[in-house]
Design a protein around this ligand. Structure first.
Ligand code: F6P
Length: 321
């Protein structure tokens, strides 16, 4: 193994820089050259590259975003785009390509693998919605950002004795929502995995009951995948007469300096990715399961299943009395 490429792909996630740093430094430690590819698969297709050495990843561990920049790449959905990316990989003389990203990026890897590219994945998305791993880089920072926001909203909503409805990111998954709901002390959380069971009349009824037992303000978390946050806030206000405000956190949750947890996982995963390449492993992903880092087959990883831990929601409801 002489030369590897590294790119970040899809939505950025805090901790991606720590992962890049670990890849570059582990490779250099073993005398392997690293080519940094800009803007995800776009940069591979367009040959936007630069050699990366240890000093290029100094002082990046603490930075949010990704120093390699990232993009969602529609061209990777086309035969032409994938073939071009695979051809550039060969022209560059790469022995492996490390892809730091989420599910969509992993699907791109599977297509490249069919065309002779040796892909190694590192899971990074704030959403935690990757079935092959219990942890994805960026999740902890996003939840902490959500928690900070909920703390601040609690200050103002309790001062005004209002109801606050807060929408958090997560695409079609509710991991961020239930974690934010628990650690932010929300009364209720609406998450997409149980979208069918959501009954806003019940949520409103619960708000009234909570007021009747002495609560003076309310905090409801809504996952992006459920949506309708503004409408829910309007309905609560109209039906209960309680002043209600909606807040959509949006991309705020994608930024910020990564937490210690994200830096730790990113560093360990970056290290394990390069180690797998050095061992001659082909088309693998690094995962964190049952307290250990493991290297899984890419195809198997894409076929795995994972379910949101509903117990967290049940406990939120117990603690909301
Ligand atoms: O996957 C991360 C994420 O932030 C999701 O939570 C959200 O649905 C999506 O990306 C937003 O994508 P974009 O940044 O392309 O608008």
């Amino acid at each position: 193994i002489k030369k590897i490429g590294v790119l970040t792909s899809g939505g950025d996630a805090p901790g991606m820089n720590a992962a890049i740093r670990a890849v570059v430094r582990t490779a250099q430690y073993h005398d392997v050259e690293v080519i940094g590819i800009r803007k995800g698969y776009n940069g591979l297709i367009n040959g936007e590259i630069k050699e990366m050495r240890s000093k290029d990843v100094s002082n990046v561990m603490n930075l949010g975003g990704t120093i390699l920049h990232t993009a969602r790449c529609p061209e990777m959905m086309t035969e032409e785009g994938v073939s071009k990316a695979a051809a550039i990989y060969k022209i560059l003389g790469l022995d492996a390509l490390v892809v730091i990203g989420g599910d969509g990026s992993y699907r791109g890897m599977a297509e490249l693998a069919k065309r002779g590219v040796n892909c190694i994945g590192i899971p990074a998305t704030i959403d935690l919605d990757m079935n092959c791993t219990e942890y994805t880089i960026g999740f902890d920072t996003a939840v902490n950002t959500g928690m900070d926001a909920l703390n601040k909203l609690r200050d103002t909503s309790s001062s005004h004795e209002r109801c606050s409805v807060v929408e958090v990111m997560g695409r079609d998954a509710g991991y961020i929502a239930i974690w934010c709901g628990m650690v932010g002390g929300a009364e209720d959380v609406m998450f997409p995995e149980e979208k069918d069971k959501i009954d806003s009349a019940k949520v409103i009824q619960q708000i009234l009951e909570n007021r009747s037992i002495g609560k003076r303000h309310n905090l409801i978390v809504v996952a992006e995948g459920v949506g309708g946050t503004q409408k829910l806030a309007k309905d609560i206000q109209e039906i209960t007469g309680i002043q209600t405000r909606a807040t959509i956190l949006g991309h705020l949750q994608r930024g910020g300096s990564p937490t210690a947890t994200d830096r730790m996982h990113a560093s360990m995963m970056g290290y394990h990715a390069v180690k797998a390449i050095l061992e001659g492993q082909q088309n693998r992903v690094v995962s964190y399961n049952k307290g250990r880092y493991e290297v899984l087959d890419l195809t198997e990883a894409l076929n795995m299943e994972k379910h949101l831990d509903r117990e967290i929601y049940d406990v939120i409801k117990v603690l909301a009395i």
